[in-house]
Design a protein around this ligand. Structure first.
Ligand SMILES: *[C@@H]1O[C@H](CO)[C@@H](O)[C@H](O)[C@H]1NC(C)=O
Ligand SMILES: *[C@@H]1O[C@H](CO)[C@@H](O)[C@H](O)[C@H]1NC(C)=O
Ligand SMILES: *[C@@H]1O[C@H](CO)[C@@H](O)[C@H](O)[C@H]1NC(C)=O
Ligand SMILES: *[C@@H]1O[C@H](CO)[C@@H](O)[C@H](O)[C@H]1NC(C)=O
Ligand SMILES: *[C@@H]1O[C@H](CO)[C@@H](O)[C@H](O)[C@H]1NC(C)=O
Length: 546
């Protein structure tokens, strides 16, 4: 998650009033979530009720409501149940800013320079061939869902995919408008559009069809290739953004069996774009003759950026990994071979390749390309990203440069090293993963933070000494140890400052010091972890956390 630094102009110009309240009577959730609402839960922690009242919820799902009601009789501790009830529906309750369908009309105009007519899509962004126009005419309605991250009113590729992933377990095939399946399809279609338009960017403004006002996101960063300031909210190249698009696609296909959907609109074209740009970002810094090779994406920022080597970052040797300029925290990478993002991308390529095999455009090699890239990344991780830690033995590095330099740490944002088994990259019993995990969750991790309030993994994205609940949740999702799971649950229950929502970070030493009151991704992930426990270890949900 990216938050502009204090005093930044962006914060002032962009986090205004993009979200239309469901009704003008409904409070904006940013403000609503600052206050604790009654009734409080009946346990020691007295957690507030933070769901908006039903008419003010942005999306309604019967499956989600039924699941919450079922869990009411499964979770015994009243505070733990309140935490689940507040958090899991957060994305649906508060962040579905708009749903609708794509405008399929076309704009035909005379190009005065070329003296010929050209055809554009309705947004006047993509030039269309006669075949494109024919396809548009034949196409079914294209659903769109604009899902914002929470307190920042833009759609992140990563966050929105993860926010929806919280509901994968209750996702069923449905053609109905208003179904979860429709919400997923709309997000996949909109992500495909975003990727085709500005493939290196990570967060986007509302689609033109929504009529939600957009504002220029131009700021003092120097980024190439240039992008559309009115469509994009921020353009940080993060490999996990495009991996999230593939992951969301694979989740939808697995749960609904609706593979045909992916042949209907721009999905295959967007995946092709993803393959093109990720391939281009495997470039090493020198060619055989010694010439400096520019990365196809460059980024210089006045703060926290990488203004070195002509905005290319430090030198990297080509080893088959994909360079990512930014982490899933949106902070700049120190070395651009960000291992968790490469792990996630390798899995997501594999997981979505069967969809491509079913819908692959004629005479293209996209399926083979996906699986080949997945396997070359996996091979490169094994060859280059396993390093020796003096205490813990062989572990996965967080970032490397292909020259032998490595950063040994973890960041709480997912994909993280901690999440490798959750991402299906490896199993928890893999000894390298087990060593890595032991280090990450100990004082040997430079970003580990501890104190009476909560113990866990912090991030350079927030102030030091603050644990991110997201990493505690991930520790639960990757553990089979009841004692460890209960310990993390206890920290989560006791550290919300009475709000009953997941914060971004929580001060380990001082109660009541935290960041972000409305962070839907972390909320959804907590709900996911509880549902995962219901399947794996239901007895833990009968424990007390008082
Ligand atoms: C533009 O093309 C048309 C035919 O396609 C021609 O009649 C016209 O003279 C051209 N105009 C210019 C300014 O070249
Ligand atoms: C669809 O796009 C066309 C061309 O940009 C525009 O004139 C029209 O108003 C749009 N329709 C809707 C419903 O937004
Ligand atoms: C991708 O699929 C291949 C073939 O099924 C498998 O061997 C490999 O482990 C998978 N890689 C990842 C990262 O999931
Ligand atoms: C697929 O084709 C593209 C060019 O169209 C090429 O760059 C890529 O290496 C090919 N991949 C495989 C696995 O054949
Ligand atoms: C990992 O694979 C399992 C089984 O196929 C699946 O249920 C789960 O959703 C996958 N996890 C992710 C993050 O893709």
């Amino acid at each position: 998650m990216w938050i502009p630094p204090p005093g930044s102009l962006l914060l002032l110009t962009l986090t205004s009033t993009l979200v239309q309240p469901v009704s003008s009577q409904c409070p904006i959730y940013t403000g609503y979530a600052y206050h604790k609402h009654l009734p409080l839960s009946t346990g020691k922690w007295q957690l507030a009720s933070m769901r908006p009242i039903p008419p003010c919820r942005t999306f309604k799902s019967r499956e989600v409501e039924e699941t919450i009601e079922r869990l009411r009789n499964v979770i015994v501790d009243p505070d733990l149940f309140r935490l689940f009830e507040n958090t899991w529906p957060s994305t649906l309750d508060t962040t579905v800013a708009w749903t609708g369908v794509a405008n399929k009309s076309v704009i035909v105009e005379l190009d005065p320079v070329m003296n010929k007519t050209v055809t554009w899509d309705a947004s006047h962004k993509f030039q269309l061939t006669p075949e494109d126009v024919k396809k548009l005419e034949d196409e079914e309605e294209e659903e769109l869902s604009f899902v914002i991250t929470g307190d920042i009113e833009a759609m992140w590729l990563r966050d929105s995919a993860n926010q929806l992933q919280a509901y994968t377990s209750v996702l069923r095939a449905s053609k109905e408008k208003g179904s979860l399946a429709s919400l997923f399809r709309g997000a996949i279609n909109l992500q495909a559009r975003y990727i085709l338009g500005d493939p290196f960017c990570n967060a986007f403004q509302a689609p033109i069809e929504s009529k939600i006002p957009r504002k220029s996101s131009a700021n003092s960063d120097t980024i190439s290739p240039s992008y559309d300031y009115m469509a994009v909210f921020s353009c940080q190249w993060e490999l996990d953004s495009v991996a999230s698009f593939l992951q969301l696609s694979a989740d939808y296909a697995r749960m609904t069996g609706d593979v045909a959907f992916f042949g209907k609109h721009a999905w295959a074209a967007a995946v092709r774009k993803v393959l093109d740009i990720t391939q281009s970002m495997t470039v090493g810094s020198y060619d055989a003759a010694g010439t400096w090779m520019h990365t196809p994406y460059t980024y210089c920022a006045p703060y926290g950026g990488t203004p070195i080597n002509d905005c290319n970052g430090s030198p990297h040797r080509a080893i088959g990994l994909v360079r990512s300029f930014h982490r899933p925290s949106d902070d700049s990478c120190i070395y651009q071979y960000l291992i968790p993002s490469n792990m996630m991308y390798a899995v997501a390529l594999n997981a979505s390749a069967p969809i491509m095999a079913a819908v692959q455009p004629h005479a293209s090699n996209l399926t083979a390309w996906m699986t080949a890239m997945s396997s070359s990344i996996t091979t490169a991780i094994a060859a280059h990203a396993v390093v020796r830690d003096p205490t813990h033995g062989p572990i996965f590095a967080y970032e490397i440069d292909g020259y032998g330099s490595a950063i040994l740490m973890d960041d709480p944002n997912v994909p993280s090293l901690l999440s490798a088994p959750y991402l299906n990259f490896t199993s928890p019993s893999n000894p390298v993963y087990a060593n890595t995990r032991r280090k990450i969750l100990s004082r040997d991790n430079p970003y580990f933070t501890w104190g009476p309030v909560i113990e866990g993994v912090g991030s350079m994205h927030t102030l030091p000494g603050r644990a991110w609940p997201m990493a505690n949740i991930m520790a639960i999702l990757t553990s089979s140890d009841d004692v460890e799971i209960a310990r993390h649950l206890r920290w989560l229950v006791q550290s919300t400052d009475g709000y009953g929502l997941m914060h971004e970070s929580v001060h380990s030493q001082t109660e009541g010091v935290w960041s972000r009151q409305w962070f839907s991704w972390a909320n959804g992930l907590f709900g996911q972890a509880i549902l995962d426990l219901e399947r794996r270890k239901p007895w833990i949900l009968r424990m007390g956390f008082q």
